[in-house]
Design a protein around this ligand. Sequence first.
Ligand SMILES: [Zn+2]
Ligand SMILES: [Zn+2]
Length: 253
Amino acid sequence: MARAGGGSGWGQRPPAPPGDPGPALEPPAAAIIPTPGACAVAGCAATLVVPCAYRDRRGELCPSTGCVEHWRTVEGRPYCRRHAGVADTLRLATRRGHQFEAPDLQDRSLTLLRWVASELEGPVVERLSRCGDGRFRTLDDPEPIHVRGDRTRSRPAAWERVWTLADSTGPALRVVLRVEAPRPEAVVLAANHTVLATLVPPWIRHRALGEPEPVPEVDAAERAAFRDQVLAALAAYLEEHPPGRGPAIDLLR
Ligand SMILES: [Zn+2]
Ligand SMILES: [Zn+2]
């Protein structure tokens, strides 16, 4: 999916679309001058790099440096691969009136959620579109949101990505993909208020166990199996609980 503001090349700023309220994070750098150094991406031979512009909620700056091939600009600032996605989410959230704290440098939960959600995007929308003989439409909210923890409901803070199925009377099903603060290595799939699956992706499991990265074919097969596991959990729920049979769901959780 094309992301507004994700220009190629440093120091370039894409033209603002009509009605664009302008930069939401920090003002863009006037000019980004690469300096000699090593790119953080393994195997890259580039010798001119820039530092990642990401600063977390505590003011810590990302120590990574990268070359023009491997860095991406958001609002005219260069970011490492991980933080470009995080910056995208924060920037778009601000435009929509949300204010989320910039996650800590080592916090990968938003990155994990973004990756899994983009992998599942097509299959989830396709599966939801088969519910209710065309009676429903899918309200897709493409950017993750941060949900604060709520002790009285035993709900931890989390990054969430939501797909809502609705008909003319209101929302009938809310499919939520979530990475919770206490378990940043696991992905939770829920439908309305029911948790359907809590899974640790294979590449994170390997890392936690200190195992070597699998060869690309094995890695691809493991990622596909992980995606299928999540989708199977959703499909099983939809078989048992066809949307629209109960009262409209309460979106005020
Ligand atoms: Zn590079
Ligand atoms: Zn970074």
